[in-house]
Ligand binder design. Structure first.
Ligand code: UT7
Length: 328
């Protein structure tokens, strides 16, 4: 009998209504539209409203993915939410979103995954294992963030980069010989690089010494260099594992951190930028939500077609990084 493969049968996303442009930011932090655009490629980002939580963004993206797949919420066997900005320390945002999605009746498992900007790729990889093993038939994977809640709005090195949003996919088992669906996933972490990108406080360590709530601190230059290297090696690893040449990759759906990092990954693949999903001009860096938000755009407008090899790739704090190769 042919083996089980996970296929993406629906994609959805959600962005909060409020939009903050670079010029808006320049009103309260010393920066300019020109600096942000030229160094990052970002033009604007969305920010969740007061009383709008990560679970709300997640549930709306999940609803839209169910709609795109044409399957009911009750048919989902497992819900995984990738987030670094959960509603609460516990319970998980996945538990809260499961209820908001009207999916609590069947008591399906729901849990969070935390790998910062690479979280969605980690969640996809976990879902893939459940499907390959025959444990679950249909899985919802969501990447959702309200990064705006952990920003220091006085730190121009970070507050200009991030935004809020959510993206979701529905994965379904299919018996085929690896002809389509998720072909492979590759995950990595290097904990020696923790200090390059982290928050100023937390739970076990307590809040920041200066008081207030924890915010992001980043050594931008170092993160940039490590991100480029990690993504390049991950591209090579994915190609080798699948016996593919770089010319056989039709679409690159990268984490949206910086246009210069995306361009360097595209260059490694010898790909022109019109085969790369780029949303960061309008969304900024939405951490775990960035890959599914970008994927939703290129799937919905029909640019990704059946038979295309789609490479999703991300890097984030931890350091964590990884890829998922899908044959559409
Ligand atoms: O999603 C997780 C992964 N995150 C990333 O991949 C982010 C990776 N890093 C980056 O994208 C870039 O390092 C940044 C966009 C964060 C910074 O760009 P950079 O080219 O590395 O700039 P820099 O930090 O070396 O700063 C250059 C100059 C500095 O001024 P001096 O020291 O040369 O006088 C900064 O103070 O730019 C200044 N600067 C700014 N100026 C205007 C830093 N931030 C700003 C700003 N507006 N927002």
């Amino acid at each position: 009998m042919s083996r089980l493969t996970a296929r993406i049968i629906g994609v959805g996303s959600y962005l909060p209504e409020k939009r903050l442009t670079n010029s808006d930011l320049a009103q309260f932090v010393e920066t300019s539209d020109e600096w942000i655009r030229s160094r990052t490629g970002i033009g604007a980002r969305h920010v969740a409203a007061d009383g709008e939580f990560t679970s709300d963004l997640a549930a709306e993206a999940g609803r839209r993915a169910l709609q795109a797949a044409g399957v009911p919420a009750e048919s989902i066997d497992l819900l995984i939410v990738a987030t670094t900005t959960p509603d609460l320390v516990f319970p998980s945002t996945a538990s809260i979103a499961q209820h908001k999605l009207g999916m609590s009746g069947r008591r399906i498992p729901a849990f969070d995954v935390q790998a910062v900007c690479a979280g969605f790729i980690h969640a996809i990889s976990i879902a893939d294992q459940y499907i390959r093993a025959g444990t679950c038939w249909r899985v919802m994977v969501i990447g959702a963030e309200t990064v705006s809640r952990i920003l220091d709005w006085n730190d121009r090195g970070t507050c200009i980069l991030f935004g809020d949003g959510a993206g979701a996919v529905i994965l379904e088992a299919e018996r085929n010989n690896g002809e389509r669906g998720i072909l492979s996933t590759h995950l990595h972490a290097d904990g020696s690089l923790v200090d390059l990108l982290k928050t100023t406080g937390g739970v076990s360590r307590g809040g920041p010494p200066e008081g207030g709530s924890a915010t992001i601190r980043m050594q931008g230059n170092e993160v940039f260099k490590h991100a480029v290297k990690a993504l390049e090696s991950c591209v090579d690893e994915t190609l080798v594992a699948n016996g593919l040449s770089k010319e056989q990759i039709d679409w690159l759906v990268p984490h949206q951190a910086n246009i210069r990092i995306i361009q360097s990954t595209a260059k490694r693949l010898g790909m022109s930028m019109n085969r790369v999903a780029v949303t960061l001009e309008r969304h900024g860096n939405t951490s775990a939500a960035s890959v599914p938000l970008a994927l939703d755009e290129v799937v919905r407008d029909g640019r990704i077609q059946a038979g295309h090899h789609v490479l999703m790739i991300a890097v984030g704090g931890g350091f964590t990084w990884g890829s998922a190769l899908v044959k559409w």
